[in-house]
Design a binder for this molecule. Structure first.
Ligand SMILES: NC(=O)c1ccc[n+]([C@@H]2O[C@H](COP(=O)([O-])OP(=O)(O)OC[C@H]3O[C@@H](n4cnc5c(N)ncnc54)[C@H](O)[C@@H]3O)[C@@H](O)[C@H]2O)c1
Length: 436
């Protein structure tokens, strides 16, 4: 049932360049996956853009197109990839090094993956203590580094004949820092770039360069970047969509599936202990207390927001929530997310749930990178700018567009995402009421 005015969405024509600051496990699993799907040797499992459907009108209307057939999205054939890293390895070498995908699959994509080499990074070892790399830019100031990134972006766009670009940060988690005066306004931030202010992180320089050029930007890691006042001001000024932060995979995905269910049935929770055992480079970086702090804060925010202990003090007022990350090389990218949940039911009787999720981190993250890239590009073509709260579905610590705070419940996030698409197309939202 079409009702209101649809948005004017410019059709997705021509090539979409996907720029990835950080070309490690997640980025190469995403790129290799897109090539594998293009060649017809694998399925894009986990991608809403490629596999999801959207119901239109009443249930009895039986009108459920694929999302890709409903809104205008770039096709996988239209995607071109580029990015930056402090290691020189091309994507073939980096995918082998990451060890996520089978060697046979990586070999079958050798030509495509070898053709993508990272551009030199903007990097500062004070922000990622466990890494050192030679493939880095030098400059007279942080502003000079931002200008070099902007030159890279423009050159990439021209050389690959791209119609549009989007960027998704897939770089390592930087250390935890509080925002300071330099992050508050665009004027202070640009002054800080010129003075090479210590408080400006490399990830913020990438965000600045992309958004300055109107390239939609999404932050897949938990460190602060598009959530600072200065970058939000820049996004408003250049009318650029932004989203963050931290891909919602593994344990947090499980948490936001389970916790809304307990709450829906008014079951109480006394404790939730979560530990992660992982052995990839991300795990090594998170072994540093500063980087772990960024991750811990992002992971802890979830339960409080879903369970609303202020509204249900008898059920969730005393909840003890603990999150741990353990670097254990033998596990590689195959993370073990282990949860012990102490719940209670009728008359307060206790019960326990144990979840042992033997997951594959980058396999869960890759379709999120794809969907964020395609949906951020859609948002830009729909004339949207600023925080894209409807994409909170994909993010562990989603940014809110308004004052009310972001939603963490996966199912509310999914409804929000689909209803946003319906609204843009001038369709009634689906309410799931008896009448609908
Ligand atoms: N895999 C998941 O499930 C998941 C979930 C949520 C968030 N993340 C985040 O995604 C990011 C990528 O994860 P990954 O497993 O691919 O890690 P990774 O260590 O394999 O890859 C990160 C890459 O970023 C590069 N890098 C670091 N700083 C950089 C900079 N300033 N400029 C350019 N490159 C830089 C590193 O050299 C490395 O190659 C991490 O921050 C991680 O915390 C991953």
């Amino acid at each position: 049932m079409t009702t209101s005015n649809p948005k004017q969405v410019t059709p997705a024509k021509g090539k979409l360049g996907v720029l990835l600051p950080g070309m490690g496990a997640v980025a190469t699993t995403f790129i290799a996956g897109v090539y594998a799907v293009r060649k017809g040797i694998a399925q894009p499992v986990g991608s809403l853009c490629e596999m999801g459907t959207i119901r239109l009108g009443k249930r009895t209307d039986n009108n459920v197109p694929k999302i890709r057939d409903y809104v205008s999205l770039a096709t996988l054939d239209d995607l071109v990839f580029g990015g930056w890293d402090l290691f020189e390895d091309n994507c073939y070498q980096a995918a082998l090094e990451a060890g996520v995908l089978n060697k046979d699959l990586v070999e079958s994509l050798k030509d495509e993956l070898s053709a993508i080499s990272p551009m030199p990074a903007v990097f500062d070892p004070d922000y990622v203590k466990r890494l050192r790399g030679e493939h880095v830019k030098t400059g007279t100031s942080k502003m000079h580094l931002a200008e070099q990134l902007m030159e890279d972006i423009e050159r990439f766009k021209k050389e690959n004949a791209c119609d549009r670009l989007v960027a998704v940060w897939c770089g390592s988690t930087e250390v935890y820092r509080e925002p300071t005066a330099v992050h508050a306004t665009l004027k202070a931030f640009e002054e800080g770039l010129r003075n090479s202010d210590d408080e400006i992180a490399p990830s913020q320089i990438y965000a600045y360069a992309c958004i300055k050029l109107g390239v939609p930007y999404c932050n897949g890691a938990p460190n602060m970047s598009v959530d600072i006042g200065a970058i939000q001001e820049l996004a408003r000024e250049t009318r650029t969509p932004i989203a963050g932060k931290d891909f919602k995979t593994g344990q947090t995905l499980m948490k936001t599936i389970l916790a809304p269910g307990f709450k829906a049935r008014m079951l109480g929770i006394k404790g939730w202990f979560s530990t992660n055992i992982l052995g990839n480079r991300d795990g090594e970086v998170l072994d540093d207390p500063g980087s772990f702090k960024s991750k811990e804060i992002s992971k802890l925010s979830v339960l409080e927001s879903v369970l609303q202990p202020d509204k249900y003090p008898e059920l969730y007022g005393d909840l003890y929530h603990k999150v741990r990350i353990n670097y254990y090389p033998p596990h590689g990218d195959n993370k073990e997310g282990w949860d012990n949940i102490d719940i209670f039911g009728w008359l307060g009787y206790p019960m326990q749930i144990k979840v042992d999720f033997l997951c594959r981190d980058s396999i869960l993250a890759a379709p999120i990178v794809l969907d964020l890239a395609l949906f951020m590009d859609l948002a830009a073509r729909a004339g949207e700018s600023g925080v894209q709260e409807w994409l909170s579905f994909y993010l562990k610590a989603p940014q809110a567009a308004g004052e009310t705070g972001a939603e963490h419940d996966l199912f509310i996030q999914q409804t929000k995402l689909k209803n946003t698409l319906r609204e843009w197309m001038g369709e009634q939202p689906v309410t799931h009421s008896e009448a609908g």
